[in-house]
Design a protein around this ligand. Structure first.
Ligand SMILES: *Cc1c(COP(=O)(O)O)cnc(C)c1O
Length: 387
């Protein structure tokens, strides 16, 4: 049977709504024109509630990794000591960036699939022999599908020393979670376009508080394209320091209109409901979840453990070849062990019902156990009462 509609369920890039694609296709305007200034002003402002900040959000034309790098180069001086929390492949990326530029990097390892244990981290902070400038962490560690308890983490860090900058990589969850820089004690929050913000790849974002903005000015670490002071100065003029991706700026505004229509709280709720339904479904398929605790399971991506490598390969390749559905494998040390279903951005409960249904068929064939109706029932029961 032929399945016309491809279903892209990777944790980035994610499907792009037609309204956004339309915005991308409008005719070009000069980036040093009042036309663009109007577009940019809207975009900088529209992102404020999504990032939980009162300041205009900086927009760079570059992928998410660039703002991981920028957040470090603009906060940490060359001789500073600082902490990087590594709980998966993206924590490793922060670590690699850190070790590219700095000597005094303190890595705090968290078991992959687990969230940061707040008390253990507090003990770790007290055990450090040097004053530290900053703590870097993922919000959602995409490679494991863990959502870290950012609010608690921010609290513990600032209680230990309020001068420490708390820098959060929200690339795979901003747009799907409730965040507030002030409430959560976050100084810098970065993200990218192609995940929960349901835009194509190509833009990255930096939200910051006043303290961070002052710090950007004071820091001596060399940087050029990623010098956030340039972006901050331009933002005041509703502009960008370098040629922006004009189409994607328009797409940000189309995205904001969609979220306004849905209501941001409803957007968040939709992600959590899908997560809950999917987790119940996977359990009904006798698949173990990598993230065992519901409270630390990301609303944007879910990871599960097939019985063995052959089953894993069979699931992933059959989803694609027979059902036109793309999901993701594991990264780093979880490659070959887990599969990940992305469910962020333009994803409806019935999109996920499709993959659950396909998994019933695939595992019924592969394991010679009848799963038909078992997992879809669980999923439907979770979404049943949601108005
Ligand atoms: C995808 C991702 C990144 C990297 O973004 P790129 O756009 O691929 O550079 C960084 N951090 C997290 C948590 C991610 O999910």
């Amino acid at each position: 049977m032929y399945y016309y509609e491809p279903l892209l369920l990777t944790p980035g890039p994610t499907p792009v709504p037609d309204e956004i694609t339309h915005a991308l296709n409008l005719s070009m305007v000069g980036h040093r024109s009042s036309d663009f200034e109007a577009i940019a002003e809207e975009a900088f402002n529209h992102l404020k509630p999504i990032f939980g900040t009162k300041n205009k959000v900086m927009i760079l034309t570059s992928s998410g990794t660039s703002v991981l790098e920028a957040s470090m180069l603009n906060i940490v001086n060359p001789e500073d000591h600082f902490v990087v929390i590594v709980s998966g492949a993206f924590g490793n990326r922060f670590k690699q960036i850190a070790e590219t530029y700095y000597k005094n990097v303190h890595v705090y390892d968290v078991e992959w699939g687990k969230a940061v244990d707040i008390e253990a981290f507090e003990t770790y902070l007290h055990s450090l022999k040097h004053d530290i400038t900053a703590v870097f962490t993922q919000f959602c560690e995409t490679s494991t599908a863990v959502l870290h308890p950012i609010h608690k983490l921010g609290k513990v860090i600032k209680a230990f020393n309020q001068d420490i900058y708390f820098v959060v990589d929200g690339v795979s969850c901003i747009g799907a979670v409730d965040v507030d820089l002030e409430r959560d004690n976050i100084d810098v929050l970065v993200s990218g376009s192609q995940k929960a913000l349901m835009l194509p790849p190509g833009l990255s974002f930096v939200a910051y508080n006043h303290r961070a903005q002052e710090r950007f000015k004071a820091v001596k670490t060399p940087r050029f394209y990623l010098n956030l002071n340039k972006y901050f100065d331009s933002i005041e003029q509703n502009s960008t320091p370098f040629t922006p991706n004009v189409g994607l700026f328009r797409a940000v505004n189309a995205y904001a209109a969609l979220i306004k229509k849905e209501g941001f709280n409803n957007t968040i709720h939709r992600h959590y409901l899908i997560r809950d339904g999917l987790r119940e479904s996977l359990k009904a398929l006798d698949l173990n979840l990598l993230v065992t605790k519901d409270s630390y399971a990301s609303p944007t991506v879910t990871s599960f453990i097939p019985h063995d490598k052959d089953e894993l390969t069979y699931i992933k390749s059959t989803l694609k070849s027979r059902f036109n559905i793309t999901i993701a494998g594991g990264q780093g040390k979880l490659k070959g062990t887990i599969l990940r279903i992305g469910h962020m951005g333009k994803v409806s409960p019935f999109d996920i019902l499709s993959v659950v249904s396909a998994l019933e068929i695939i595992l019924t064939d592969y394991r010679k156990v009848n799963y038909i109706g078992k997992a879809t029932l669980k999923f439907t029961e979770v979404i049943q009462h949601d108005a």
